[in-house]
Design a protein around this ligand. Structure first.
Ligand SMILES: [Zn+2]
Length: 244
């Protein structure tokens, strides 16, 4: 059973239904680089169908329909999405904090230890709460990451030219040949050891622009527990992308 294909002009999408009536909207993208039909589920952006050159739309739709059960199971296993609203709980530097709307509070965001536990208190109108909190988290990320990345670079005898804070979904950090280090702001949600590991990783690329054994030895030298940080990102990383 399949719903009719819907082509929505600018954004090409495909609507599918599983046998039990579960429905899903899939983004459709043509790709010159893709070698074969591909159905992907990004924790933040949702499902995507990639069509390589040479494959017809009908073939692609048929392929997606055959894998709709897989998509439903994967979707069910995704961590729940958390919106930045009053009462929601999000991690900050690894510890869960309740978001508390304090309309009349001075300042923008305050971290408070209360009797009910740690809170991120956000001032101003409720309609701007999400944006204000995101802006503040990005600012914290810039500070926490900047300090650590520069310290790691220095310990390796290198200098960082620039630090960029991004919201890239596919990687936590990157290093360019111009010595610009880029990091996802979402690292500020993770435990500090994990944030520190990504800073060490990118700083080590200032010496070794590769993932060779020498590179990993360097990361090990400046970061105490690389493996547990990498395991944490594998296990919990998608949860961070479901926030906001
Ligand atoms: Zn790397």
């Amino acid at each position: 059973m399949s719903l009719p294909t819907i082509y929505c002009g600018m954004r090409d999408t495909l609507e599918l239904a599983a046998e039990d009536g579960w429905t899903v909207t899939i983004r459709v993208r043509r790709s010159r680089r893709a070698r074969r039909l591909l159905l992907k589920l990004d924790p933040a952006a949702g499902p995507e169908l990639v069509i390589p050159e040479g494959a017809s739309r009908a073939q692609a739709d048929d392929f997606a329909q055959r894998h709709v059960g897989w998509l439903r199971n994967r979707t069910a296993r995704l961590p729940a999405a958390v919106s930045l609203v009053d009462g929601a709980v999000i991690p900050f530097m690894g510890d869960d904090h309740a978001i508390k709307h304090c309309p009349d509070m001075a300042g923008v965001v305050r971290v408070e230890q209360t009797e009910e536990g740690p809170q991120l208190q956000v001032s101003g109108g409720a309609e701007h709460l999400g944006r204000r909190l995101t802006d503040w988290l990005r600012k914290q990320a810039r500070h926490e990451i900047g300090v650590r990345a520069r310290a790691h670079a220095e310990s390796l005898g290198r200098q960082v030219a620039r630090i960029r804070i991004t919201d890239t979904r596919s990687r936590w950090g990157s290093c360019s040949t111009t010595r610009t280090l880029s990091f996802s702001w979402r690292l500020v949600l993770a435990p500090v050891e994990v944030l520190d590991y990504v800073c060490a990783h990118e700083a080590a690329h200032l010496v070794e622009m590769n993932h060779s054994r020498r590179f990993w030895r360097l990361v090990d030298e400046i970061c105490p527990d690389v493996n547990s940080a990498r395991r944490w990102l594998d296990r919990e990383g998608s949860r961070l992308h479901r926030i906001g």
